[in-house]
Design a protein around this ligand. Structure first.
Ligand code: CP3
Length: 349
């Protein structure tokens, strides 16, 4: 049966005009209706673990903007929490986790099967969202990729550069490999549960992929993503996978070839011409407007969005930002962006 939802059509390799649109972190602090539910929930983790409230904020941006997809409201750090890491979100300073410093810390984590029970509220959220979405809107589940999740577990917080994780990788290779293997297995179980609960697409966020190069990039970015993709393809044939190897730069082609995802999400640093030259002609791309353009008076928004639309006109494309929308973004700019994308038509030359 052919897929009717534009997002699923594109992910099956079809070119759709205009391309479907959703935006990373579309449920977030730039929306007053999100802030209101967030206050009601108390802290961020309680919001993630309250299926009724999480379902509501998942749907809010679809209701307001008519996006082609809803993305599950949760966080990539719920997985380490399920494995036994402590987790809190401090207002203004981001996430804090207990730190993994050695082999003993890795040994003390729970096994991959722990996710089924601890993250059951996430599946409950998906079950609530699915029947409430408009007919053409696809439901996306997600998880962090093993390297990116490991960087947070080792540093105990989010930091640029990833020095602690890089040092751990070099100095404690056995423990590091054990951690990556555990995260890979747990991510497969978690995403499999999400698909069983109604996710029609899943996305892997490898937000810190760009901090690895050479053999490390292949071993800890490409291969873990590839294992997750191939096991999910085996368990759930027909469920497409989007992978986001942020800042992979010149290594994007390698990533595409090894990981085997249906769609590669691009960060704002990638020019369409570069992506088209470095990636296979048939693979779907997602992206990649700079979220900064949604702040302020929106100067340059139309031009930048149009150049992305034109640049990817020759292949399956999902319009999105190149990274998450920020709390400073203007709602009117998001409305303008949706109009720009929906009014766009390919040039006939
Ligand atoms: O996209 C969506 O709307 C779905 C929900 C979603 C969140 N986080 C909600 C969230 C998704 C897909 C994520 C992914 C995520 N979380 C990533 C990968 C993408 C990326 O940004 O690179 C990462 C690295 C995280 C970890 C994380 N969560 C950080 C670093 C922070 C703090 C920074 C910030 O923006 O506050 C979070 C908190 C977080 N996750 C918020 C939201 C809406 C803000 C919390 C709040 O409401 O106060």
């Amino acid at each position: 049966m052919p897929a009717e939802k534009p997002l699923l059509r594109v992910l099956s390799g079809e070119r759709v005009n205009p391309p479907p649109i959703w935006i990373m972190r579309q449920a977030g602090r730039y929306l007053p209706e999100y802030r209101s539910v967030r206050r009601q929930a108390g802290d961020f983790l309680s919001l993630c673990f309250s299926p009724e409230l999480a379902a509501e904020v998942t749907i809010q941006p679809v209701r307001r903007f008519g996006f082609d997809a809803a993305i599950l409201f949760a966080d990539i750090l719920l997985l380490p929490y399920a494995l036994g890491s402590s987790l809190s979100f401090e207002e203004g300073s981001g996430p804090r986790l207990s730190r993994i410093s050695n082999r003993r810390d890795v040994d003390a984590l729970r096994g991959a099967e722990a996710v089924h029970q601890t993250l059951a509220p996430v599946s409950a959220t998906l079950r609530l969202v699915k029947p409430r979405l408009p007919g053409g809107t696809a439901l996306i589940g997600f998880a962090g990729s093993p390297w990116t999740v490991a960087t947070y577990m080792i540093a105990g917080r989010g930091i640029p550069g990833q020095a602690p994780a890089l040092r751990f990788m070099r100095e404690q290779r056995v423990a590091f490999d054990q951690l990556i293997t555990l995260l890979t297995r747990a991510t497969i179980e978690y995403l499999s549960d999400q698909i069983n609960a109604g996710a029609e697409v899943v996305k892997l966020f490898d937000s810190w992929a760009g901090s690895l190069g050479g053999a490390d990039f292949e071993d800890y970015v490409c291969k873990p993503n590839a294992r997750i993709v191939s096991e999910l393809n085996h368990r759930h044939p027909g469920t497409p996978i989007i992978a986001f190897p942020r800042q992979a730069g010149a290594q994007l082609g390698t990533f595409e070839a090894v990981a085997g995802a249906d769609c590669i999400a691009l960060d704002p640093s990638v020019r369409p011409a570069e992506a088209n030259a470095g990636l296979g002609a048939r693979v779907c791309v997602q992206g990649n407007l700079d979220p900064e353009l949604l702040i302020g008076d929106g100067a340059g928004l139309a031009e930048a969005a149009t150049s992305i639309l034109d640049g990817f006109a020759g292949r399956p494309h999902i319009f999105n930002l190149g990274h998450g929308i920020t709390p400073e973004a203007q709602i009117e700019n998001v409305e303008r962006l949706v109009r720009i994308v929906r009014d766009w038509t390919p040039r006939t030359s």
